[in-house]
Design a protein around this ligand. Structure first.
Ligand code: MN3
Ligand code: MN3
Length: 327
C-alpha cells in the first residue's frame, strides 16, 4: 500500500531547495501593484509600427507563460521526488499565472478591446508562435505518463529551461529597448519583474536537469537531442524575429539578443555556449540596468516597490559573458 509523505522543511532534502524557496518568496509581486497607465502618453507617442511590434511581442509572451503555468510546471512537478523541490515548482507555477495575467494588465491600459481581441487571435494563428508552443508541449506531454524514461524527464526539464531562459527573449527585447530610451517605463517595471522570475526559474529547473543528466544511461546521445531541439527552436526564433521586428528595423539586434540568451539557457543546463555573440545592444542591457531595478537571481525587490528592504544593484559583470567560445 502506498504511504503518503508530508513535506518536512525541518530536514533539508538537498542543499538548494530552501534557498530557492526563500529567493522566490523575496521576489513575490502581483501585477496590480504596478501602474502601467502612466505609459498612456508614451504609448501615443510611438509609431504605429512600434505599437504593433510591442503588442505582438507581449501577445507571444502571454502564450509562453500560459503554457508554462498550465502544463510545464505541473507536469514537471509530477516527476520530481523531492517534496521541497516540488513546493518550489508549485510556487513558480503560481507566478507563471501572474505573469500571464500581467500582460493583460498592460494591454488593458494601452489597447482597445478590439485591439486586444486582434492580438489574441494573432497569437492563435501565428505559425512561429504555434510552433514554439507545440514543440515545447510535445516534451511536456511525454511527462503525462507515470512511467517515463530518465531521458524523457531530462528532455522535459530541458524544454522548460529553453522556454524560460531562451524563448522569452525575442519578446522581452522590445519593452527593454523602449524603456532604455525612456518609453513605456511603467510597463517595463512589470516586464523586469517577470525577467527576474524567469531568471531564477531557468537556474532552478536547469539544476534539476543537471541532476537527471548525471543519471542518464547515454548522456551524449541525450545531449545531442537537446542541441538538435535547441537548433530547431533557434531557426524558428529567427523567423519569428523577422516577422515582428522587420518593420521597426531591429531584426539584427534582436537576433543577437536571442543568441546571447540561447547560450545562457545552455549554461543553466550545465553545457558550454554554442552560439557566437558579438555585441548585445547596450540599450537593452541598460533597460535592465537602471538604478531602481535589478534582475539577477540574487536580487531583491525593485526600489520602486514599497516593501523593498535590501537592494542589490546590478553590476556590469552581471552581463559579461565569454563571447570567444563558439562552434
Ligand atoms: Mn513566466
Ligand atoms: Mn518561468
Amino acid at each position: 500500500m502506498k504511504q503518503y509523505k508530508a513535506v518536512n522543511w525541518n530536514e533539508p532534502e538537498n542543499d538548494y531547495a530552501l534557498m530557492f524557496w526563500e529567493q522566490n518568496i523575496k521576489q513575490f509581486w502581483i501585477d496590480t501593484e504596478y501602474i502601467p497607465s502612466k505609459d498612456i502618453d508614451s504609448w501615443k507617442s510611438l509609431s504605429p509600427e512600434m505599437r504593433e511590434c510591442y503588442k505582438k511581442a507581449l501577445g507571444g509572451l502571454t502564450l509562453l507563460d500560459t503554457l508554462q503555468s498550465n502544463t510545464g510546471m505541473p507536469k514537471i512537478m509530477d516527476h520530481i521526488d523531492s517534496l521541497q523541490n516540488k513546493s518550489v515548482l508549485a510556487y513558480m507555477c503560481m507566478m507563471e499565472a501572474i505573469h500571464a495575467k500581467s500582460y493583460s494588465t498592460i494591454f488593458t491600459t494601452v489597447a482597445t478591446s478590439r485591439d486586444i481581441e486582434d492580438i489574441f487571435n494573432w497569437v492563435q494563428q501565428n505559425k512561429y508562435l504555434q510552433f514554439k508552443a507545440s514543440t515545447i508541449d510535445k516534451y511536456y506531454r511525454r511527462l503525462a505518463d507515470t512511467d517515463i524514461s530518465k531521458e524523457d524527464l531530462f528532455m522535459g526539464l530541458c524544454a522548460s529551461v529553453l522556454l524560460e531562459s531562451f524563448l522569452f527573449y525575442s519578446g522581452f527585447f522590445i519593452p527593454l529597448w523602449l524603456c532604455g530610451q525612456g518609453h513605456m517605463v511603467a510597463s517595463a517595471d512589470i516586464i523586469k519583474k517577470i525577467i527576474a522570475d524567469e531568471s531564477i526559474h531557468g537556474v532552478f529547473v536547469g539544476l534539476l536537469a543537471q541532476d537527471v543528466y548525471k543519471k542518464l544511461p547515454n548522456p551524449e546521445a541525450s545531449k545531442e537531442k537537446l542541441v538538435n531541439l535547441m537548433n530547431e527552436l533557434y531557426e524558428n526564433e529567427l523567423k519569428y524575429t523577422e516577422e515582428i521586428y522587420t518593420d521597426v528595423g531591429l531584426t539584427a539586434e534582436v537576433k543577437e539578443y536571442v543568441r546571447y540568451n540561447a547560450n545562457k539557457a545552455l549554461m543553466n543546463m550545465g553545457f558550454e555556449p554554442i552560439f557566437k555573440v558579438k555585441r548585445v545592444n547596450p540599450i537593452v542591457l541598460n533597460g535592465l540596468n537602471v538604478e531602481t531595478t535589478q534582475h539577477d537571481f540574487f536580487s531583491k525587490k525593485s526600489t520602486n516597490y514599497e516593501k523593498a528592504t535590501e537592494i542589490v544593484h546590478l553590476r556590469d559583470e552581471d552581463f559579461v559573458m565569454d563571447t570567444s567560445i563558439a562552434v
